[in-house]
Design a protein around this ligand. Sequence first.
Ligand code: NAD
Length: 308
Amino acid sequence: MVKVLVAAPLHPKAIEKLRSAGFEVIVKEYPSEDELVKLIKDVDAIIVRSKPRVTRRVIEAAEKLRVIGRAGVGIDNIDLEVAKEKGITVLNTPGAPSRSVAELAIGLMLAVARKIAFADRKMREGVWAKKQCMGFELRGKILGVIGMGRIGREVARIAYYGFGMKIIYYDARGKMEDVERELGAKYRELEDVLREADIVTLHVPLLPSTRHLINEERLKLMKPSAILINTARGGVVDTGALVKALSNGWIAGAGLDVYEEEPLPKDHPLTKFDNVVLTPHIGSTTTEAQERAGVQIAEKIIEFFRSN
Ligand code: NAD
């Protein structure tokens, strides 16, 4: 019988799927490394989220392990090198959070454009800040999508169908006929997206080629009325340069879910701007995304043992 160790909170539907497939499921949420070394000994598969860490020591203690499943996207908590050495397959669910992250990106756009978070803070201080809350509509504005992958496309669709925004985009893969046809989107070079867009939204992975993709020089290209949304990874933006851009009025505001340092340190300069909206990396923190991630990883693991 296939034995699966569920080492992080997993949606009940996912556990049910594994059990109905005839798997033995052991649940031990977030064990310590020492506990994990013991638990992993005789299991065929393990399921984790962004925690616990599946280190060399853990993998080397496993005698039967064939699959490491990550319910979610990032697999930086898994020692991929050792997994490869030992011929262990690593699976994840890259599409599960896309819609949730896209909706948060739109939420941040609205929050910055209409000063929602600022207005809420003022209300709680007993200040009726109507005059300080002049905003702008999304309709008819140019949305610049940097990284037209799963999440970028979802944002572009909501912006186009829901708000009547015009879409321009940049992606390392170049022009994409399907997106251009469906959304009337136009491909531009990175610098041109930054120059033309009213809202720039980032959806590239963090790679050596995208680290500080948005730097001082590129922030200077943006319109002073434009806003920057980052729900990708903190390292895609040079934080020091962003603070400078906001202080000098090179851009009109920012909506951020991800940071170079997480948690964002208390009293960080970014917390001082009224025109910046901050959320604590909650892009995929929705019941739907969590359910999809769990169910999809369960299905992938079942499929793996059926076909291998
Ligand atoms: P994806 O792989 O579907 O899309 C990424 C796109 O970026 C691809 O089209 C790729 O060609 C493009 N790209 C890669 N390198 C590039 C470069 N140097 N310049 C321009 N384009 C480049 O990924 P996705 O699922 O859409 O995820 C996008 C981002 O969202 C990732 O950074 C991911 O880590 C992040 N994310 C954040 C959260 C959150 O909680 N905020 C949750 C999930 C994912």
